[in-house]
Design a protein around this ligand. Sequence first.
Ligand code: GLY
Ligand code: MN
Ligand code: MN
Length: 359
Amino acid sequence: MGYREQRLTKLRQAMKAEGVDALLIASPTNRRYISGFTGSSGYAVVTERNAWLFTDFRYVTQAGEQAAGFDIVEHGASALATIGDTLRAAGAASLGFEQQHLSYGAYLAYGKDIGSGIRLVPTDGLVERLRRIKDESELAVLREAVAIADKAFEHILTVLKPGLRERDVALELEMFMRRLGAKGSSFDIIVASGERSALPHGVASDRIIGADEFVKMDFGALYDGYCSDLTRTVVIGKPTPKHREIYDIVLEAQLATLAGLRAGMTGSEGDALARNVIASRGYGERFGHGTGHAVGMDIHESPRLSKTESSTLEPGMVVTVEPGIYLPGFGGVRIEDIVVVTENGCDVLTKSKKDFITL
Ligand code: GLY
Ligand code: MN
Ligand code: MN
């Protein structure tokens, strides 16, 4: 069975458990995961026996090429009216929809357009739950996405110098990743220098990078539908003992997490691997975010490595490990890798070096 058939089989099991005859998948990411269709408009609808991809005139040919195993239907002025007619003909009485992805306005319109005899039923994360465990085809793409970010980091080390604007460093990273085949950045690139490096999510600004300060860079490639996520912090010029001190603590916390993380732990136990190191050095208050998050087609997925995450890590989950320390008025450090959780530990996909780098 191919990967896509396996996903459909698992989805049908989940639908059965949920008690819905059909599922409407409208979120672009979930739709792509289930059907392979990458167009900007369309609905995958799955029943026990059928899998349809409803789209409009612009995408019919593309859908036929991408959504193997799906019947392609060109919908009329109202997609939901066409879907309603199709489901009534197939004898479906209930249609699950993705409650996290539907606006209230769209919900009201669905109810009107779908027509009589079909009950709309909210469902929560049926496809997202499948996406938590990455299959081999996904891991291969994620490895590529990570490799592109690794190469961009190596490149940017040859470019970074005082006098550059943060924004220009971000542009250089993005152009480099796109030349290597990325569709774009997987999120707004963070380049935060000097005091700005204390902003955990300091998106690149007009600030000119100075001498003797941190530059924290957090970026990733969007490649073939999957996201990578990489953070490195370097010092431009001469570091002070404080730069060195907090860098070493974050690195120790990051390495301790990579060494300890494994399937069977909860997300909060994974988080504690980093948090305990940082807290024991007196900087617990300055590490105010989670240790990591799952990553895949979306940059932030479940589960998280956070104080409150109760779900258990399983083999095949892909998560970031990204502790940090942020000192307002001075600067901050984060070090972030991507790993695949395994039975006995984790495989680190990220290859970029993380010893204390001064340029
Ligand atoms: N850049 C977003 C994150 O690391 O989570
Ligand atoms: Mn990141
Ligand atoms: Mn991240």
